[in-house]
Write a protein that binds this ligand. Sequence first.
Ligand SMILES: C[S@@+](CC[C@H](N)C(=O)[O-])C[C@H]1O[C@@H](n2cnc3c(N)ncnc32)[C@H](O)[C@@H]1O
Length: 194
Amino acid sequence: MKNKYYAKFFREFLSRPRAVGALLPSSPQLATRMVGSIDWNSVKVALEYGPGTGAFTGHIIKRLNPDNRLLAIELSPQFAHLLTEQFPRATICTGNVADVAAICAEHDIDQVDAIVSGLPWAVFHDQDQEQYLDAMMTVLRRDGQFVTFGYLQGLLLPAARRFRRRLDKYFTTVEASSPVWSNFPPAIYYHCRR
Ligand SMILES: C[S@@+](CC[C@H](N)C(=O)[O-])C[C@H]1O[C@@H](n2cnc3c(N)ncnc32)[C@H](O)[C@@H]1O
């Protein structure tokens, strides 16, 4: 990832700390492991939540067959602009994941097979976590996959524990990874199946 993306990411963090939730983009090692945990054979349509400067996006695109689709939903217009230039293979939407059903409908998608999330769940308010997960369930197909990460140091925060309990409520299986130490800060990810 180019240095200008790190600078842009950090500036966005300073202006919207709660939405960005991280000082730096995720590392290629976290991206490789997290994206690699998905069974891509069963994926025709994928969504990315909160792609930021695209730490996961290129890794997802590499896994897609030519007739597969990737729709990425990013709150920041600055990030969305950058991603549109960088990843013409993906459809980048400026928007809120709370509106995922309407965004998918605009793109003639009624169901998705997998969702890769970069959202900072551990800093979201209780009602936002619930709203985003409820909205997700309107588009993620039965048996669909969801992967998301959390920073090790934040896992004991009340919001992170609430989110972890919610995963058990919303998904049939939830598997936590071993720590990815080569990320700043170190992180784990969850692979969930509806
Ligand atoms: C922790 S950053 C992760 C960026 C990137 N996925 C990575 O791992 O480097 C979180 C991203 O989620 C975006 N975001 C936060 N809340 C969002 C929402 N409700 N809808 C869409 N994007 C959101 C932020 O703008 C930011 O780009």
